[in-house]
Design a protein around this ligand. Sequence first.
Ligand code: CA
Length: 359
Amino acid sequence: MERRRFLKGLGAVALGSTVVSRATKAYSAEKRFVWRMVTSWPPNFPILQTGAERLARRVGELSGGRLTIQVYAGKELVPPLGVFDAVSQGTVECGHSASYYWAGKSPAFQWFTSIPFGLNAQGMNTWLYQGNGLKLWQELYAQFNIVPRPAGNTGVQMGGWFNREINSLEDFKGLKMRMPGLGGKVLKKVGGTVVLLPAGEIYTSLERGVIDATEWVGPAHDLRMGFQKVAKYYYGPGWHEPGSVLEFIVNKKAHDALPDDLKAVLDVACAELNVQMLTEFEHENAKGLQTLMKEHKVKIKHFPPEVLKGLRKVAKETIEEEASKDKMAQKIHRDFSAFQEKMRPWANISEREYYNFII
Ligand code: CA
């Protein structure tokens, strides 16, 4: 009897401590977070801004309202290209953008969006999730107090709109083209003139002959820009951006302050957006291309293989030069190149063989 009472007492103590620890957990679990997300996209910009808003909505749903993210389009809170600094400095908790916009900080940033003749969307995802991609990305961004996650992909972009036919590498000589980033550097090396224009000025520049060509995104977005009215040829593929990754970036201090389950919510929502956005791009581009071909009678052109071969050779030199500019870029470049090489024989017998047959 004494013993039973004693054991009961122990039980009560043990139970009591469980109750206390559960209560502590419940308390932290109930803590609510309200975050702000800034993006590099215009308000309502299809797929990209709507994707960022989707991410915020899903985080709210998955967390049962414990993590709320208010989304601000480019210029609403910070300039479109001020996203990285705002997140790094903790002005806001998070952002949605693309890493290659920050290439001015270090050339290393470019590998986490896309590089000319680099990996396509499937390859980028494989490098990021299965290879060292995300680890290297985290290592680079840790220097800026930022935690990055892949959150979307454009798929293969288009090569651009041209008012001149491209039959050989020679045809790039003297070509004035709107082409930012590494693609622009390659264009310069083959004799083209790179013209950098804000989105709002591309159409009129093409119309007035200030430029002979422009790249943008893919059929879905290009159609809305109306380039079909002011350019003769639409060239593919976008060798300069074969699978551009979009990023979700979080201030490290804000990320550290989250309980583990909310960190997991962010990871899951980003992975979901990664699939959602790529498939939305694929679907909208397929529809957009049909419209361009059938309604607008656009001349769809393929870059000749010799042109792509020539561009690829120049791109390789350009990328080597970029990589040699700093240690981290070199480290990322080595890993990326080795990974691309490792995947090549498998891609050759699987995706490539199948595509060649089915299309
Ligand atoms: Ca582009």
